[in-house]
Design a protein around this ligand. Structure first.
Ligand SMILES: [Zn+2]
Length: 358
């Protein structure tokens, strides 16, 4: 058998889950309701300046004691470990507010100390705000490190609405990738190379339906943004249920990881993932390829990426590297003819050759 036996594993879900307008001001109340009053706070750079006043007002009203507060400027695993074990002993929860860095930092800190982590994303650029892993620097390289799913997720839609447009497109790219990830997972199971989890896959499929079937594709509408948040959140929970990143990460993520290491100027995670999803759907002959194309077209994702296309040379280098990024991880890229077929698609597909250019 090439994969581990069923783990006797506890599945965690967020116990505190609030999505709506004006939520930053209410975080203090939510914490007190869960009996969490001694808080370590980590901000992404520049965010305290924007949201600090509202948060602190709410904290003051509720009598929250901030035992530690800093900007999370690094995601180096040794540094985070040092900060975690130097926090005051009376800390009973960690709150991370911001984009990727503050959330990865706080999530791993809380995981080390086995205390609750409350995730407060300020953008929806990927599914990391509610996933059981953290993206950290280990031995000088960016790695996905096992962590714990947040105890709480608080999403203030007023804040999401004012986040840069690139974050929304990145979130859409990360979301649509479930289509190719789930297909790769199924194929791996059929070849006896991985184990399936029906419930996790149902969650992931439903999260896609929620976003792409229920609403118009007007990404500026509050309904779309709420659905994007919920879909990304469900995708994170699907990974927790599966005990693997399979429901959310397949061939398209391998290409994006490879691009991160070969590109002079890597693009935001979900932008790379979205482009790679379209290519991988073509490679897989995925029955939902038209759906992927239509979604990325009508939301304006393709047009957005075409304004600053990916480098063809770098993309080809990433394609060569991608099958070896994760050991024992079957995806469509493991097939011997995939590389040659991918080159043909990049040359001949009228959309891909505008997304990936010299
Ligand atoms: Zn992702």
């Amino acid at each position: 058998m090439l994969y581990a036996p069923y783990p006797n594993k506890q599945i965690n879900i967020p116990y505190l889950l609030k999505i709506g307008n004006g939520k930053i001001r209410k975080i203090g109340k939510y914490l007190v309701d869960k009996n969490l009053t001694h808080i370590a706070l980590f901000w992404s750079e520049g965010i305290e300046h924007l949201l600090g006043e509202k948060l602190y007002e709410g904290f003051k009203e509720q009598g929250i004691d901030i035992v530690h507060c800093q900007d999370a400027q690094f995601i180096n695993i040794e540094e985070i470990t040092r900060v975690a074990f130097n926090l005051p002993k009376n800390v009973d929860a960690i709150v991370g507010i911001g984009g990727g860095k503050a959330l990865d930092f706080s999530k791993f800190c809380a995981h080390l100390l086995k205390i609750p982590f409350i995730s407060v994303p300020t953008s929806t650029s990927n599914d990391g705000f509610c996933s059981p892993s953290a993206s950290l620097i280990v031995d000088g390289k960016r790695k996905t490190v096992k962590s714990s799913i947040p105890f709480g997720v608080v999403v203030d839609l007023d804040v999401i609405r004012s986040s840069p447009q690139i974050c929304l497109y990145s979130g859409i790219g990360d979301m649509v990738s479930k289509i190719t990830a789930l297909y790769d997972w199924k194929q791996a199971v059929e070849k006896g190379l991985d184990r399936y989890n029906d419930f996790a896959s149902m969650l992931a499929y439903n999260s896609l339906d929620l976003l792409f079937l229920k609403h118009s594709t007007d990404i500026k509408s509050p309904e779309f943004q709420r659905s994007l948040v919920t879909s990304l959140l469900m995708s994170g929970i699907a990974m927790e249920v599966a005990g693997t990143s399979r429901p959310a990460s397949g061939s398209e993520h391998l290409i994006s990881h490879a691009l991160d290491s070969v590109s002079k100027r890597p693009r935001m995670h979900g932008l790379q993932v979205g482009v790679a999803t379209y290519l991988c759907a073509l490679l897989q002959n995925n029955p939902s390829t038209d759906g992927v194309r239509d979604t990325l077209m009508t939301t304006g994702f393709f047009e957005y990426v075409m304004q600053d296309p990916l480098s063809k040379n770098e993309f080809i280098e990433a394609l060569q590297l991608s099958p070896s990024i994760k050991c024992n991880y079957y995806t469509i890229l493991s097939e011997p003819d995939s590389f040659a077929r991918a080159l043909q698609f990049i040359d001949k597909d009228p959309i891909l050759n505008k997304l990936i250019t010299y």
